[in-house]
Design a protein around this ligand. Structure first.
Ligand code: ZN
Length: 349
């Protein structure tokens, strides 16, 4: 098997398979990127809406611009500015008192402190654009097979409160929209941020039509965990091999659920250079993670949405590199299969 390297040192080809089905679900990524002949992937961004943060704030605001710039010269992506989500879209998920309190700037100070951002009108616009970006990515996925956002993944937001830099839960808002406007009832969320998707788990607990998967650091934030459909807690210091084995096993459950659309919360704070992550994943390990999730979803013919998630590496360029890698792997896989008829019969699995 030939080996080569793609861009930033990722060993290729990456191959994977379900245990027991080695030949039917095996994907090899092309070692050297061939001339791109497919449709560009629709990817939306919202960093054109700036918001102020105090000096020294630990939220990595710059990564969103840096990632957009990193992908902007790649013809495999059609980067587009997001528009603002509407209040009605958000009210499908969040309580009116919380939504209006945030929009008007009248939430109690402890509520804003849990979110972690100082309130401003600029923050309101950026928050609505982040949710809007995920909505546009979801529409693109349902139309063409793939949609991405260089924002979102705000999985710590609950129905009536936010936390951990998350105001509104864009994943839940997008699923609610897909159900209401597109008839896509069964959805899966593959949340690979190192922090548990507690808000998402809470919002969908008991909902038989949404599968929430969360692989996360057992001893990391949030310290009061919620119940996802499938939680995979990981010990501090977990490395690539152990992580990928756990993911492979968990993904089987996702496909058995037979979702009609898949959301990938692609946080990269499991990287060993991350200041908050406490895991020990490498860039090559994250590449294999991404190829597993994206490749299997594409193989199943599922509309696929990628959102960002956490990433707090020092230096922040490591985080940007890992996020860009996720989208490049998506382009390698989905870029040649867009606009194929989306089928909801996954008997091939
Ligand atoms: Zn995180």
């Amino acid at each position: 098997m030939a080996s080569a390297r793609l861009n930033d040192g990722i060993p290729f080809p990456i191959s994977f398979s379900f245990a027991g089905e080695p030949s039917s679900l095996c994907l090899e990524l092309t070692p050297n990127i061939p001339p791109f002949t497919g449709e560009p992937l629709s990817v939306f961004f919202c960093d054109h809406f700036h918001f102020p943060l105090p000096p020294g704030h630990k939220f990595p605001l710059a990564k969103y611009r840096m990632l957009r710039e990193e992908l902007s010269n790649d013809c495999r992506f059609h980067l587009q500015p997001a528009s603002l989500a509407g209040r009605d879209d958000i009210l499908r998920v969040h309580s009116a008192s919380y939504v209006d309190g945030f929009l008007e700037g009248s939430l109690d100070p402890p509520v804003m402190r849990r979110i972690g951002f100082p309130w401003s009108m600029e923050l309101v616009r950026r928050t609505l654009a982040s949710a809007g970006s995920t909505l546009l990515a979801t529409k693109a996925a349902l139309q063409s097979g793939f949609g991405g956002t260089l924002a979102g993944g705000t999985h710590h937001a609950y129905r009536s409160e936010g936390s951990g830099f998350c105001v509104f839960n864009d994943l839940a808002i997008a699923i609610a929209w897909a159900r209401a406007e597109h008839g896509a009832t069964r959805a899966a969320i593959v949340d690979l941020d190192v922090h548990q998707g507690d808000g998402t788990a809470s919002l969908f607990e008991g909902d038989p039509d949404v599968f929430t998967l969360s692989l996360h650091g057992e001893r990391n934030f949030p310290f009061r965990k919620q119940r996802s459909t499938l939680d995979v807690p990981l010990a501090d210091g977990t490395g690539d091999n152990q992580y990928l084995a756990a993911l492979q096993s968990a993904l089987r459950r996702v496909w058995e659920f037979r979702p009609q659309i898949v959301f990938f919360q692609s946080g990269v704070d499991g990287l060993q250079t991350d200041r908050l992550g406490r895991l020990a994943l490498t860039q090559a390990g994250l590449a294999q993670r991404d190829a597993l999730v994206i490749g299997q979803a594409c193989k199943a013919g599922l509309p696929f949405v990628i959102t960002l998630g956490g990433g707090y590496s020092d230096p922040i360029e490591k985080t940007v590199e890992a996020h860009a890698q996720t989208f490049r792997i998506a382009a390698s896989i989905y870029g040649t299969s867009l606009s194929l008829p989306v089928h909801h019969d996954h008997s091939c699995l």
